[in-house]
Design a protein around this ligand. Sequence first.
Ligand code: ADP
Ligand code: MG
Length: 409
Amino acid sequence: MTSIDVDWLDAWDVEDGSAQARALFTEVFDAAPDGVWSAPGRGNLIGEHTDYNGGLVLPFALPHRTYAAITRRADRTVRLVSAQEAGTVVTVDLDTVAPGTVTGWVAYVVGVAWALEQAGATLGGFDVAITSCVPYGAGLSSSAALEGSVAIGLDALFDLGHGADDAGRQHLVAACIRAENEIAGAPTGGMDQAAALRSQEGHALLLDCRSLEVRQIPFDLASDGLALLVVDTRAPHALVDGQYAARRDTCEAAAAVLGVETLREVTDLDAALATLTAPGALDASGQDPEMTARRVKHVVTEIARVGEVVSLLDSGRTSEVGAVLSAAHASLRDDYEVSCHELDVAVDAAVQAGALGGRMIGGGFGGSAIALVRVEDAEQVAGEIAAAFESEGLRAPGFLVAVAGGPAA
Ligand code: ADP
Ligand code: MG
């Protein structure tokens, strides 16, 4: 047994989070808000770097949520405050919002309003106070939680009517994606926003990123005596600029050479790898053939692993999911090359401490990892991971046990 302190990142009760957002709003804007809405951060069981390749992903909503207290205004002014951003009020004129005009956290919020208007809605200004227990910048999608809480809130306040069913929620997802890509300037693939808005409590969300169809997969590990441990490595995101864009470029170049729209369409991996490594095949794109082959191998095998995990969950063979997670980690580390020392330490220590398997999640180069553990081992595995970080001289990680929460509401 280890005696190291483990930092558990507990989720707030929805009532508590709502009360905190309401209190911040009232303190800053001197009136009660029209309402409080919230949306979850997410984990991703399997399917990493597959979303922008038209593939499959299997995220789930965390019980950790971002809360937005909002009031409509009669003009076109937006006033924003966030407890996580020094509590300073920022004012933006909605009519000045366009790609490149807003920077920082505010872009995620006004970007959603902008995108909803671009899609035909007529909104007005609003005052909004934000608070959150989603770990910040930890690869657990605090950005989509923020967008989702604002989207569902504006939808209700301006009577847009999209929040009522899944088809409408797809419209909100699209607005959140545009906000993040075009106004916040972060080229993310769409999984996070779908998880924030289209998940269901107690389920993982099987999302087909080509058709945008979803299937709710019952995801109750506790009934099988299992738990999913999430480790926020708190690794500094150093030297990652451009890595995500570089991966996307490589995938697009490979798809072009293979004559497919996305790597989702690759049905014969060996044939695809032979085509990509044939002399001259990638010359025009400037991509290295051997590297491109490894990237494609990750994407194609990862999409297959999503299918594998879904059938394991469907057939109640939940403990076998662990081995698939570990295979995914090896693929992300060796073929896609998006892991980092902290993520590898977390996964290796988890498995050594008795986890059934584990992997990095999210874009990589930092952020979080997951480990599938027996419920009774969760504390011990967390302690061993924390001890491994300490002996490597790394910052102490944070931990949570993921239970699939509900969507934006
Ligand atoms: P992740 O989504 O993995 O947490 P990102 O870099 O995509 O990391 O998003 C983090 C950014 O989202 C923050 O730097 C901030 O700009 C914005 N953000 C997220 N949550 C909040 C919040 N509660 N208040 C203000 N800004 C937030
Ligand atoms: Mg994000």
